[in-house]
Ligand binder design. Structure first.
Ligand code: DAH
Length: 343
């Protein structure tokens, strides 16, 4: 075998070694047990005795050369300066951007409203969406003949698996039943805010949905007055709709409060001058409220001579629609990204 030809081959082949794997193949080819250098060594005895010494030295030199080439290559591959690394990882290549989601606009406004009341010392309490007829109506002083108890106004659940004595169950039609739950468990003083989903069998249109959200609030202690209700609601309305907003309380009727009032704010579009949003009235209704009825206190075991309290309830979609100028409630539930991305 021609040692010079082998040397040229070594120099040529080491040039294309670019990975641990191809380096190992190179090593086996030249230094392996049956490799080229082993073959050269084993051919020595066949040579003329005078040629053996010089040939042996040349083979040794070749072996050392191959060994040092391998060590060098190992180092360059390990340090990552090998061409292979540069080809596999382009650290300058832009990463794959992850698109971030965001909170639903209703969740955002729920959080905002609860945050305003939390700052004023209210605790946030949630209640179940499946409720007893008692908590949803009777405990709240809503009489048996009241139209809201009708099957056209409330989703009743089939009482299939219930004990004969068990209360009728329904999907709560407002968040007010959480008043009953909290007051039965806790004694005054208390200030509570209740965000949550409610259900009514309404035909869906631009302003009705069979599921929507309400926030209920109530405060009970000795000597709570209507002035406390006005003060708290004014802070709330100004925080949500802006400092220049005007507010008015309009006498109304709710079975669970006496006296009761609906609360209006000056129209945020026309500032009270009258436009199509406020129906030329200059005012927008935002919630119902009043002083908790003594019968409600009796139902939860509070002494109405000792305690007074106020309560209020608002529709969250309505507040969001007014605040952001949205004219169709259905858009909240369609999950159209073009809408959601604006919040
Ligand atoms: N529960 C009423 C409704 O769904 C809203 C409401 C009105 C709640 C007056 C109250 C209140 O706490 O005092 O229409």
């Amino acid at each position: 075998m021609d040692i010079d030809a082998i040397k040229t081959q070594v120099d040529f082949e080491i040039g294309s070694v670019d990975s641990v794997r191809s380096l190992e193949a190179f090593r086996l080819k030249f230094l392996g047990r049956k490799g080229i250098i082993a073959q050269l060594t084993s051919s020595i005895p066949n040579l003329h005795p005078q040629e053996r010494g010089a040939f042996g030295q040349e083979v040794n030199a070749l072996k050392n050369k191959v060994s040092s080439l391998i060590t060098e290559k190992q180092r360059s591959i390990a340090s990552g300066s090998g061409e292979s690394r540069q080809r596999t990882y382009d650290i300058g290549m832009p990463g794959i951007a992850q698109e971030l989601g965001s909170l639903h606009p209703l969740t955002q406004i729920l959080n905002e409203i609860c945050g305003i009341f939390k700052k004023m010392g209210f605790a946030v309490v949630e209640g179940p969406e499946i409720e007893s007829e008692y908590n949803n109506f009777t405990g709240l002083n809503i009489p048996l003949e009241h139209p809201s108890r009708d099957v056209f106004d409330t989703f009743y659940l089939k009482a299939k698996n219930l004990e004969p004595k068990t209360q009728n169950l329904l999907l709560r039609s407002h968040t007010s039943p959480v008043q009953i739950r909290v007051m039965k468990k806790q004694k005054p003083p208390l200030a509570v805010i209740v965000p949550g989903r409610v259900y009514r069998p309404d035909a869906v249109d631009a302003s009705h949905s069979f599921m929507f959200h309400q926030i209920e609030g109530f405060m009970v202690d000795r000597n709570i007055t209507f002035a406390d209700l006005k003060g708290i609601l004014e802070v709330f309305a100004k925080a949500v709709f802006g400092e220049d907003i005007k507010m008015r309380f309009r006498p109304h009727f709710f079975p669970f409060t006496e006296p009761s009032a609906e609360v209006d704010i000056s129209c945020i579009i026309c500032k009270g001058r009258g436009c199509s949003v406020c129906g030329k009235k200059g005012w927008l209704e935002i919630l119902g409220s009043g002083m908790i009825h003594p019968n409600v206190f009796k139902h939860v075991g509070y002494d109405p001579k000792k305690y007074t309290g106020f309560a209020f309830g608002m529709g969250v979609e309505r507040i969001a629609m007014l605040k952001y100028g949205i004219n169709d409630i259905r858009i909240f539930f369609e999950n159209d990204l073009r809408f959601l991305k604006q919040f």
